[in-house]
Design a binder for this molecule. Sequence first.
Ligand SMILES: [Zn+2]
Length: 252
Amino acid sequence: MTTSTHEQIKLILQETSCNGCEGMNRKFVCVHIEAIAELPSRFGDFHIVAFSNNQDGKEHVAIIKGEVFGADDVPVRLHSECLTGDVIGSLRCDCRDQLEAALKKIGEMDKGIVLYLRQEGRGIGLTNKIRAYSLQDKGLDTVEANIALGFRDDERDYAVAAHMLHALQVQSIRLMTNNPKKIAQLEQYGVKINERMPHILPPNEHNIFYLETKAAKSGHMIDFHGKEHLPEQSDQPIIEGMDESQVKAMHD
Ligand SMILES: [Zn+2]
């Protein structure tokens, strides 16, 4: 299956055009499309686009459904990599649930993009995330653990993500997020956001416990061993069936 998006991106590859690369000064974010291929998946037929950039040296990708090139109102989900959750199915977080729900939802739409950002462990990397887990096993909370390791609570940055959307010449988006703050962060980098689509997860045996914990009391999730979970995605999960006060508590 070759879509016109595919053809257009191939043209971009030939032109080796960059987004924002004047001078290659690290002060300016420079993002470059490196490769594109079809990606049939259990969630639908996608294309995958690999990017390089001059900021973090990481291999971020866009998972694309349908014709997004030059399009308006493209549904977009930003997902930060979580090896333990996404790949291994760790129950210390709900990253995999959030990723699968996004892919499934966009897979059923006529167009959309999941940006899979390689900012593991809220930007501190895999090894440091496991160090933070270890500190949490000893009783520190997530914020204390990160600070004990010399990091801020959240080291993520969305400048590269914004430039990936620019490189795909996406004109405007509908951002799938439960986090209104994320909109301001992306808009600051020039992304036009026409709508926020709440990212609501279907209940399943792994995330149902969010409903059972005191979501209404605080956004913090305590597991059955009394350990706090690391909210690695910047969105607090909203699960189908939560009442309004529980959802509101997520934003407080
Ligand atoms: Zn995770």
